[in-house]
Write a protein that binds this ligand. Structure first.
Ligand SMILES: Nc1nc2c(ncn2[C@@H]2O[C@H](COP(=O)(O)OP(=O)(O)O)[C@@H](O)[C@H]2O)c(=O)[nH]1
Ligand SMILES: [Mg+2]
Length: 335
């Protein structure tokens, strides 16, 4: 990519997008880098890519504890999508590392199976200090992909920390991948995984304990643990996450996972839930962006000379922390 003509720092966004739409992967990568970095050029990218929401067809998030087989499953799902004649983009997201860490490196190796297939695009994303973090950078990247002709996106996160769950929440359909070795259903529920799951996969079904794990999960769902279930906008049944047994490394159960994802996609549309779901996501993204802007404005205010006087008054006991806080808050938005 480096040194390719016309995709360098000065490249014009409209041209890059036209080239990306024509299948130029270097141009697409450049657009994604601009979107991730934030700032003026990211805004420009956003203006070109933020169109009708329908451009994004389906974003499928895969989350779950490390080592449960998410990357293996993603690779198999890519194959399933390709058999169905669909192009598919993958965002492998690692909120924990400032650079692409070992986990993503391993993922890259597994994705190698699809290297050379022009219908598959894989991109790693790690925290690069963009304002608002990955939970903001990921939806921006998804819009770039959709605008460039990649409306189906698989989003893999490496673990189950809060930032991973935030990223997973930017998907339309969240697949939680577990395996028999990872705790019991109560732990799964406590980690917040049942709440975010639209599809539950018990992977490594070739190992002992998988059907027991699946039964426990069903029992937790019976108890209402998945009950963050969004009520459908129109009349019709609510969605209950199906529990699917799979053995990704053997390619078993993968079609069932894909079918469950398709069923959820169908439900989102048929129940009328999709517009509300997307609107809530857009508002959450706007809120995150606003929070990031406010906190950087606060940091800036605390670097100002006038803050020094306030800080001095604070340490001398002449100004209360409440007053100092109000002073800072009043500075935000004044530039
Ligand atoms: N026995 C068994 N091992 C699997 C299966 N799926 C993945 N694995 C293995 O589990 C390990 C972790 O897989 P990986 O896809 O990297 O997990 P991730 O961290 O969730 O992305 C690798 O050694 C895989 O080969 C499966 O269905 N059965
Ligand atoms: Mg992985």
């Amino acid at each position: 990519v480096a040194g390719a003509p016309g995709v360098g720092p000065g490249a014009e966004v409209g041209q890059l997008l036209a080239r990306a739409q024509a299948g130029d992967v270097a141009a697409l990568a450049r657009l994604l880098t601009l979107a991730e970095r934030g700032g003026a050029r990211a805004r420009e990218v956003s203006e070109h890519c933020f169109g009708p929401a329908a451009a994004v067809e389906q974003v499928v998030g895969l989350t779950g504890p490390p080592g449960t087989g998410k990357s293996t499953l993603v690779s198999m799902l890519i194959a399933a999508a390709r058999r169905a004649g669909r192009k598919v983009a993958v965002l492998a997201v690692d909120p924990s590392s400032p650079r692409s860490g070992g986990a993503l490196l391993g993922d890259r190796v597994r994705m190698q199976a699809h290297a050379g297939d022009s219908g598959v695009f894989v991109r790693s994303m790690a925290t690069r200090g963009a304002l608002g973090g990955l939970a903001v950078a990921v939806p921006a990247a998804v819009r770039v992909l959709a605008a460039a002709g990649w409306p189906v996106v698989l989003l893999e996160t490496v673990g189950v920390g809060q930032s991973e769950l935030d990223v997973a929440a930017t998907a339309d359909t969240t697949v939680v991948v577990l395996h028999p070795g990872w705790g019991d259903a109560v732990q799964v529920a406590k980690a917040g995984l049942l709440e975010v799951a639209d599809v539950l996969v018990v992977n490594k079904a070739d190992r002992p304990g998988a059907s027991e794990a699946a039964r426990e999960l069903e029992a937790m769902l019976d108890l209402g643990w998945g009950a963050e279930v969004v009520a459908p906008a129109a009349a019709g049944p609510a969605w209950r996450p199906p529990v699917v047994l799979a053995s990704a490394s053997r390619g078993e159960g993968v079609d069932e996972v894909w079918a469950a994802v398709a069923a959820h996609r169908h439900w989102l549309r048929a129940s009328g839930s999709l517009p509300g779901h997307r609107a809530a996501q857009a508002q959450a993204e706007a809120l995150r962006r606003a929070q990031a802007l406010v906190s950087s404005a606060l940091v800036e205010a605390m670097a100002s000379a006038s803050w020094l006087a306030v800080a001095q008054g604070l340490s001398q006991g002449k100004i209360t922390p409440e007053e100092a806080g109000e002073w800072l808050a009043a500075r935000v938005g004044r530039g």
